[in-house]
Design a protein around this ligand. Structure first.
Ligand SMILES: Nc1ncnc2c1ncn2[C@@H]1O[C@H](COP(=O)(O)OP(=O)(O)OP(=O)(O)O)[C@@H](O)[C@H]1O
Ligand SMILES: [Mg+2]
Length: 505
């Protein structure tokens, strides 16, 4: 459909910019894609701005002095819409090239067909379906490999739809058919938001419970920890680590928990001070109740019994394992679990013992912070960010504070999905760490609605604004403050009323 004509302006048309006058009655939005034919092929451009003009109002003297302009002339007939467009590429014999020649003034600008846009952006027929291109009814279907293999970052301020989008991504991974290639999925769920996948949903909502499992508790096997790893969670001195290392080496092949290890330390010859400090630390770790002689991953789906597993058995293609971290109040315990599980998973993946794997990390800035801050989990995730692609172990980092997230990890994420962000520091950080984002695009992030996002990087040929699709899985809603406060008081009233009745009986 024709929507306007290229006009001649001081800056264009050029291979990187052109403006066009929008035909009367035609509708077009900022961030919409359009096409225009050039001698190189079909040029695809994005509308970056729309301006209204009217030559009767161009001159301030006339506007101020002639207060009866509207009676004298048909001024409204001279209002025009001008769109400013940025050429992105040219489709020529099925290939997408960089534009090197401008369109001509007078060339017709047209809307773009869904199929052409889909191919232009690099979408795949059987790709990950996460929504549709904003202002176009074109489904966004991203290549699994391009989106995940080199890691994905989901960044936005609180409440803009990161977890919702994450659920949509998880649905897509779980729905994949064996013949299309399936990965195993693991989520570190800080707030217990994803446990709904493993539960039976209300009638009419798609049931994923057959391919999801909730981990409710875990026992880390002490004999598989090195002295250095133990020291990451305590404040052992170099001497203490060396002494502990000796004890652990001597115990190789045996089963022991931290209490037993502490007792072994007591039985050894070493400086009294070192011995006492080590004993104290080991007993302190023992009291955390997440360590044992042998590995045990305890799962429980709603309405079912607890089950005990090894991590290796739980991680399977097309299945989601949710580590519900909301059960643990201590950040140290939470970090210990995330570190141990991730280290084991990456190790197993390196040895090819488990399926290709995608790990989703909510609140990623807490586990992989930027700067000097010593967090035990940081080196592990930085290692996966650097080396994971070779071993098909990919990361999805999700964060509402991009500026606090490790730049090493962020720059290794080849695809970024960014939702609404208004904090200027976060915007600057995103601008520096996401390739291909212009200042204008960056500015658009501040006005996105909930559920709208910008996809940049390897998964798409050009940055594209999208509207995330509706989720199919059951969304476990957290009640809001007013609702919960009302419910609490109602239940108290009911209890009181019952109490009164009982008193009368
Ligand atoms: N695409 C969408 N369509 C419909 N509703 C959505 C969409 N995305 C988000 N929402 C709704 O907006 C609210 C906030 O979304 P969500 O919890 O995903 O935000 P968030 O970015 O994860 O926030 P936080 O940083 O606090 O975790 C939720 O109630 C969710 O249902
Ligand atoms: Mg969230």
């Amino acid at each position: 459909m024709d929507i306007g004509k290229v006009i001649s302006t001081p800056d264009g048309p050029s291979p990187s910019f052109f403006a066009f006058a929008i035909a009367k009655g035609k509708k077009i939005s900022k961030d919409q894609f359009v096409r225009v034919s050039t001698e190189e092929g079909t040029m695809v451009a994005m509308v970056e701005n729309i301006i209204k003009t009217n030559r009767y109002y161009a001159n301030p003297e006339t506007v101020v002095e002639a207060d009866n302009l509207e009676q004298l002339f048909h001024v409204d007939e001279w209002e025009f819409l001008i769109a400013e467009a940025m050429p992105l590429g040219v489709i020529s014999s099925g290939q997408v090239l960089r534009p090197t020649v401008p369109p001509s003034p007078g060339d017709m600008v047209q809307t773009i067909e869904g199929e052409v846009l889909s191919k232009f952006l690099g979408f795949r027929e059987r790709g990950i379906h996460i929504g549709q291109v904003l202002h176009h009814s074109v489904p966004v279907r991203l290549s699994l490999t391009k989106t995940f293999q080199k890691h994905l970052a989901i960044l936005a301020m609180s409440g803009s739809g990161k977890s919702y989008l994450t659920s949509v991504l998880v649905e897509e991974l779980l729905k994949r058919k064996k013949e299309d290639g399936r990965v195993a999925v693991v989520i570190f769920d800080t707030h217990g938001e994803y446990t709904g996948f493993a539960e039976k949903p209300p009638a009419g909502v798609k049931d994923f419970s057959g391919s999801a499992v909730n981990v409710v508790d875990i026992r880390i096997p002490v004999p598989r920890l090195t002295a250095r790893e133990i020291s990451a969670f305590t404040s052992l001195s170099a001497v203490q680590v060396a002494e502990l290392d000796k004890v652990i080496r001597e115990l190789e092949g045996q089963l022991y928990d931290f209490r037993e290890l502490a007792e072994e330390v007591l039985a050894r010859k070493m400086a009294d001070k070192t011995k006492k400090a080590l004993y104290r630390w080991l007993m302190e770790l023992h009291s955390q109740r997440i360590f044992a002689r042998q590995e045990d991953i305890i799962t429980r789906n709603e309405g079912e019994k607890e089950e005990h597993h090894l991590l290796k058995e739980l991680v399977r293609p097309g299945r989601l394992v949710v580590f519900d971290l909301s059960n643990y109040l201590s950040t140290r315990v939470r970090d210990l679990i995330v570190l141990w599980v991730t280290k084991e998973l990456f190790g197993m993946r390196r040895r090819g013992e488990v399926a290709p794997l995608t790990i989703f990390l909510e609140e990623a800035h807490n586990f992989i912070p930027e700067g000097e801050q010593e967090v035990p989990t940081k080196w592990m995730f930085e290692t996966i960010a650097r080396e994971g692609r070779k071993f098909l172990c990919s990361l999805v980092v999700i964060s509402q504070r991009p500026i606090k997230l490790s730049t090493t990890v962020l720059s290794q994420c080849n695809t970024h999905i960014i939702m609404r962000v208004t904090n200027p520091y976060d915007l600057k950080h995103i601008g520096e760490s996401s390739e291909g984002i212009t200042q204008k695009t960056l500015k658009s992030l501040t006005s996105l609605q909930v559920g709208e996002a910008l996809v940049v990087g390897e998964a798409v040929r050009y940055p594209v604004f999208i509207k995330v699709r509706q989720r199919e899985s059951w969304e476990k809603k957290f009640s809001d403050l007013e609702e919960e406060a009302r419910r609490y008081e109602e239940s108290m009233d009911a209890e009181k009323a019952e109490g009164v009745e009982e008193a009368f009986l």
